[in-house]
Design a protein around this ligand. Structure first.
Ligand code: NAG
Ligand code: NAG
Length: 249
C-alpha cells in the first residue's frame, strides 16, 4: 500500500510549482455505474466478429464505475493480477471482457487505470481490491434482472417494450436518475444494451452535480450508445450463446 503513494509523491515532486498549483485532486462528487446487457453487446460493435460471449455469462455485466469531472488523477498506481486474486472468480463472471482481442484482466486493468485511480482518493475505494469489491457489491445491489422479471419484463425477440415500462420497473431499485441506453441493430431496431446509474461519492443514489452526460468517459467510441428514444419502444434481446451476433435473426 505504501509503494504507490511514494511513487505518486515522487511524480508530483517533479512538477514545476506553477503546474502543481493548477492541479486539483479528488474533485469528483458523482460517479456513473454502468451495467451492460451481454445479449446486445456484439451488436454494439462496428465489427461483430470481434466479440465473444463466454458460456458462464447469463445476466447483466459490469462495464465500469466512472467518477465524473475528476480533473487530475494519480495514474501512477499500477495494478497487478495478484491485487484482485481474491475476487477474480466473481469478476470473471460479472465483469468479463466480451472482446476477443482483450483478456478480462486487461479490461480490469484499463478500467482501474482510467477510472479506479480517480476513484481511489475516496475511503472504501482506495486500492484496486477495494474498487473492484465495491463494483461487485454494486452489481449485487443493482440486480436489474430481478427487478425486471418482477415487473414481467423478460428478454424476448418478439416483445417490444416501452421505455416508460422499463423505467417504472427499475425505479424502486435505481431511482429516476438513470440513463437507459440503446444501440441500433442491423435492422434499425432499438436494442437495449446498457444502463447508467448515477451515484454520489458515498454510493447513494443520484447526485446533484452530475453535469452533462457527454462527460462520460468510455473505452472506445463504438461502445457508446444513445438514450433509448421514448417514442419507439425497445427490444430486450435474449442472450444467445449460439448466435451472439444475431440473437433475433
Ligand atoms: C472484422 O474483424 C476481422 C478480424 O479482425 C477482420 O478480419 C475483418 O476484416 C473485419 N471486418 C471489417 C468489416 O472491418
Ligand atoms: C451521501 O451523499 C449525499 C450527497 O452528498 C448526501 O446528500 C447524503 O446525505 C449522503 N448519505 C450518507 C448516508 O452519508
Amino acid at each position: 500500500m505504501l509503494l504507490p503513494l511514494l511513487v505518486c509523491a515522487g511524480a508530483s515532486a517533479l512538477l514545476s510549482s506553477a503546474e502543481s498549483k493548477n492541479k486539483q485532486f479528488c474533485t469528483w462528487t458523482c460517479a456513473i455505474f454502468t451495467l451492460q446487457w451481454p445479449g446486445a453487446f456484439c451488436q454494439s460493435l462496428d465489427n461483430t466478429s470481434l466479440c465473444k460471449l463466454p458460456p458462464e455469462v447469463n445476466g447483466w455485466l459490469i462495464h465500469g464505475l466512472w467518477p465524473q469531472k475528476t480533473q487530475t488523477c494519480c495514474e501512477c498506481w499500477p495494478m497487478f493480477a495478484s491485487d484482485v486474486q481474491e475476487v477474480r472468480g466473481t469478476l470473471e463472471e460479472k465483469w468479463p471482457s466480451l472482446l476477443k482481442s482483450r483478456s478480462s484482466f486487461v479490461f480490469w486493468k484499463d478500467e482501474w487505470r482510467k477510472h479506479g485511480t480517480c476513484a481511489a482518493c475516496v475511503e472504501g475505494l482506495n486500492s484496486p481490491l477495494q474498487y473492484f469489491q465495491m463494483c461487485l457489491k454494486l452489481r449485487q445491489r443493482f440486480d436489474l434482472q430481478k427487478a425486471l422479471e418482477d415487473a414481467g419484463i423478460k428478454p424476448s425477440c418478439q416483445r417490444l417494450y416501452k421505455l416508460a415500462e422499463v423505467q417504472e420497473a427499475l425505479f424502486p431499485l435505481t431511482g429516476s436518475k438513470i440513463e437507459i441506453q440503446c444501440i441500433k441493430d442491423d435492422q434499425e431496431r432499438e436494442v437495449w444494451f446498457q444502463v447508467k446509474i448515477q451515484l454520489s461519492r458515498n454510493m447513494s443514489l443520484g447526485c446533484d452535480h452530475f453535469g452533462d452526460t457527454n462527460d462520460i468517459r468510455s473505452d472506445r467510441r463504438r461502445f457508446w450508445g444513445h438514450p433509448c428514444p421514448a417514442g419507439e419502444g425497445l427490444y430486450y434481446v435474449p442472450i444467445d450463446h449460439q448466435r451472439p451476433l444475431r440473437p433475433c435473426g
